[in-house]
Design a protein around this ligand. Structure first.
Ligand code: NAP
Length: 495
């Protein structure tokens, strides 16, 4: 617990503050728990959907799992001895979040089915308007709106013409039976890879339409046996040590690898991916699956069994470009019609949305849509000039990809609470990052991005419209250091 929260529980609160948290996914639940821990009770979490869990509520496709180990992809304050696998399935992750929300009293603060339409900073407070026209006010708004939740629909001719069911991976229609279907999946990102790995052999035919091959990191996914679970229950310190160990391993290896294209760690990742590809026995298929860019240039795909699935007789890889979708299936540019009964769009997400489509209006009528007209940005991924007392969790250009976004959000939240403390202690009324600091940060970030593997020649969702990775381009240690204590000279503290 931080110094600030200690103070709060000791009852030194000087100014009552009200908070609004937007979103009840991983980060929103985290925000609610930590607000309570810091002694704040006056807050509402607005959630547009009918339940907790954000991405884990939305993504229910077959094989959905988190490819960050479960003991790392857990809140530090809510370790879970019961994880079933090293990489546990999505349903289990969703239950975990629901459980934390319930046991930590988050439920009573949430308004479900209540999207926010507009927020405006006026006369020193945020004025909130919901989609139903309800109004609210708050001293602080915490945007916990997620990163990957606006499906990206491909610009493929004939999308409307298909006779059968067609849906995005994040909008899985469970009323559609699978076992009698010839299934086509467009895209080879992490979502599609998980689906293919799960469905191979369970459906009569599975056709994977690949525009770009992926490097796939082998990640065995053993069950965690009951004796180990019991050990974790009996001795939470052991479990905590496992988490620490995983966090350190990720920071030292993966995180260092991606931000330094010349690092030995990256060379090792490359070797592991190549060896994994080597397990494909048919040389033609192996070459079709071989990327022509470096491992981890795109967000690295992790899978225990993707190549095994690709070699299942029910699965075929289509590398011809898609020409159009027709009533009976997908036609490729070579003229062949691949007859299908179900099409799944594994085509990813619009990653530049963040809080939007919420209309966000800052000081003196400044509209976020204008500030972000070219692309979203945020000082340390948290704060935007002219938007005082508004903070983002997992905002633009933060650590993304194969990190635990839980760790990221926890560090961010503790940082934000240090800024909140300035207001609570009466040092100021408004906290907003200065233009100078935000511009400097952005310049340094863009410069540092040049050394990352993400800029070594591939197309990926990391890259913004200029081809600059919209991500944290430094080691994770630097993020930790930045989050440890705000540099107050970078903030405007308005009395
Ligand atoms: P994605 O990585 O953005 O992949 C989208 C795929 O669709 C790519 O293969 C892309 O091809 C293809 N595509 C897009 N438009 C197309 C078109 N018009 N025609 C043909 N192909 C098209 O999406 P995702 O798989 O949903 O994953 C998104 C992110 O979600 C991941 O990178 C990861 O961060 C996160 N995720 C995480 C997990 C996890 O386990 N933690 C699981 C799933 C997803 P190109 O490569 O050629 O662009």
């Amino acid at each position: 617990m931080s110094k600030n929260t200690d103070k709060a529980s000791a009852g030194t609160q000087t100014k009552p503050l009200r908070f609004v948290v937007i979103g009840a996914g991983m980060a929103g639940i985290l925000g609610a728990v930590k607000l309570q821990d810091a002694g704040f009770t006056d807050f509402t979490v607005y959630e547009k959907a009918g339940g907790f869990g954000g991405t884990w509520r939305e993504n229910t496709y077959p094989g959905v799992a988190c490819d960050v180990p479960s003991h790392l992809y857990s809140y530090s304050f809510a370790p879970n001895p019961n994880w079933s696998h090293v990489f546990s399935p999505g349903q289990e992750i969703l239950s975990y979040f629901e459980d934390v929300a319930r046991t930590r009293g988050v439920e009573e603060h949430v308004k479900f089915n209540t999207g926010i339409r507009r927020i405006e900073f006026r006369d020193g407070r945020w004025r909130i308007e919901t989609e139903h026209g309800e109004e609210d006010e708050a001293d602080f708004v915490i945007a916990a709106t997620g990163v990957l939740h606006h499906p990206s629909y491909p610009n493929i001719e004939g999308l409307e013409d298909f006779d059968g069911p067609l849906f995005h991976t994040a909008r899985w229609d469970h009323s559609v039976s699978l076992e009698d279907k010839r299934v086509g999946i467009i895209g080879t990102g992490s979502s599609s890879v998980q689906i293919v790995s799960d469905l191979a052999g369970k459906v009569p035919e599975l056709h994977l339409f690949q525009r770009t091959p992926q490097w796939v990191m082998p990640t065995p996914n053993p069950e965690i046996d009951s004796a180990t679970q019991e050990l974790y229950r009996d001795d939470p310190e052991v479990m905590r040590a496992v988490r620490e160990n995983l966090a350190q391993t990720f920071a030292d290896n993966f995180a260092s690898a991606v931000v330094d294209a010349e690092s030995p760690q990256l060379a090792m990742l490359q070797q592991m991916c190549e060896a994994n590809l080597g397990t494909v026995t048919d040389p033609e298929l192996r070459e079709q699956l071989r990327p022509d860019y470096r491992a981890a240039c795109k967000r690295l795909v992790m899978s225990p069994n993707f190549y095994e699935a690709m070699q299942d007789p029910s699965v075929s890889l289509v590398t011809e470009k898609i020409s159009r979708i027709e009533a009976k299936g997908i036609r490729t540019v070579d003229g062949e019609l691949h007859e299908l009964e179900l099409i799944v769009l594994g085509t990813g997400f619009r990653v530049d949305r963040f809080m939007r489509p919420i209309e966000v209006v800052g000081r003196d009528g400044v509209a976020l849509d204008d500030v972000w007209a070219e692309r979203p940005s945020g000082y340390l991924a948290i704060s935007i000039p002219e938007f005082p007392n508004l903070f983002m969790l997992n905002g633009p250009n933060g650590p993304v990809g194969n990190f635990s976004l839980i760790d990221v959000a926890e560090l961010q939240f503790d940082y934000i609470m240090q800024l909140v403390e300035l207001v609570r202690a009466g040092r100021c009324q408004e906290v907003s990052v200065t233009h100078k600091a935000a511009d400097r940060f952005e310049e340094e970030r863009v410069e540092a991005a040049k050394n990352t593997v993400w800029m070594t020649g591939c197309r990926s969702w990391y890259l913004d419209d200029r081809g600059v990775p919209a991500a944290w381009p430094w080691a994770f240690g630097r993020f930790r250091d930045e989050m440890a204590k705000p540099k107050l000279e970078d903030y405007e503290l308005t009395p």
